[in-house]
Write a protein that binds this ligand. Structure first.
Ligand SMILES: [Zn+2]
Ligand SMILES: [Zn+2]
Length: 63
């Protein structure tokens, strides 16, 4: 609680929506974290690549 929980919220932030992670997914190439809903929307509406490193479909990493 307090400072530590605030720090964790800063670290574990979705790089797509910049909000606190919900149902986090990890890109195996760039190790960026994002919400499942965010990356699913990206892969569906944009392109089947990680929006950060553009290497891989993030959802295939199995996490
Ligand atoms: Zn998000
Ligand atoms: Zn990536």
């Amino acid at each position: 609680m307090g400072q530590s929980s605030k720090l964790i919220a800063e670290v574990f932030r979705c790089f797509i929506c910049m909000e606190k992670l919900r149902d986090a997914r990890l890109c195996p190439h760039c190790s960026k974290l994002c919400c499942f809903s965010c990356i699913r929307r990206w892969l569906t509406e944009q392109r089947a690549q990680c929006p950060h490193c553009r290497l891989c479909p993030v959802l295939t990493c199995g996490h």
